[in-house]
Ligand binder design. Structure first.
Ligand SMILES: Nc1ncnc2c1ncn2[C@@H]1O[C@H](COP(=O)(O)OP(=O)(O)OP(=O)(O)O)[C@@H](O)[C@H]1O
Ligand SMILES: [Mg+2]
Length: 214
């Protein structure tokens, strides 16, 4: 059970289980968003990826944070075609590497691991802030979590601040012009639609705040 200050591997596994449930609930909405500016598969991709991640964790029974990240990444990258699979796969791999061989992380280590995950998405996808991607939800979330900890916030405070910032960042993608992925082919016509990946990233943060420091 989460004790509110330390994130264990069991908490991380609970996060992925919760994320998978939330993705199931929002799959149609994600696909609808992707049908406006993409190829209508984001809900399906995320569902497939989350199920693969849950199965991989059950098979691997990771003992430390690195093992957790590695188990998910290998399976998700190979299971999900499309841009989002390798990007989320890189996120979990880097999160695990930074979390290290310890069985748990404190608040500062947890935010550092999340930050490394987001940096991996950025270096793999080569997107910049404002390109209308998942990074437009994730980068503000990391900044908000760091700010919250600097202000003396708890892990729960930081994750809540991160979730709120991700939601705001997700909404801020609506007026943006897409510069990455299939949505960029639409040019000006991508304006006025919320980015599907930014939406799943907000759900990722929301699931984290429900499970990691509950
Ligand atoms: N280079 C990138 N960097 C960061 N995020 C990206 C990048 N390319 C796409 N994305 C994110 O992936 C989401 C689309 O994921 P999806 O599962 O639909 O894969 P896809 O259909 O192959 O993607 P796309 O059509 O964007 O190439 C986008 O909404 C965007 O947030
Ligand atoms: Mg798509």
């Amino acid at each position: 059970m989460p004790d509110g200050t330390t994130v264990t591997v069991d908490d991380l596994v609970a996060w992925v289980h919760r994320f998978s449930e939330v993705i199931d609930e929002h799959a149609d909405e994600l696909t609808q968003l992707d049908s406006a500016i993409g190829d209508a598969d984001h809900g399906t991709n995320m569902r497939r990826g989350c199920r693969a991640a849950v199965d991989a964790l059950a098979a691997a029974e990771p003992a430390d944070v690195t093992g957790f990240g590695r188990a998910i990444a290998m399976k998700v990258i190979s299971t999900v075609g499309g841009a989002s699979g390798p990007l989320y796969g890189s996120f979990f791999l880097a999160l695990g590497t930074t979390g290290g061989s310890a069985p748990s992380m404190d608040a500062t280590e947890t935010v550092a691991a999340l930050k490394a995950g987001v940096a991996a998405i950025r270096s793999r996808g080569k997107a910049e802030p404002g390109d209308k991607t998942m990074l437009d939800a994730l980068l503000p979330a990391i900044a908000a979590m760091e700010g919250s900890l600097e202000d003396g916030g708890s892990l729960a405070d930081a994750l809540q601040a991160g979730t709120d910032a991700a939601e705001e960042g997700m909404r801020a993608t609506i007026p943006m012009l897409a510069r990455k992925g299939r949505a960029s082919y639409l040019g000006e016509r991508s304006i006025g639609h919320q980015d599907p990946g930014a939406t799943s990233s907000w759900l990722l943060l929301r699931s984290a705040s429900e499970t990691l420091a509950a």
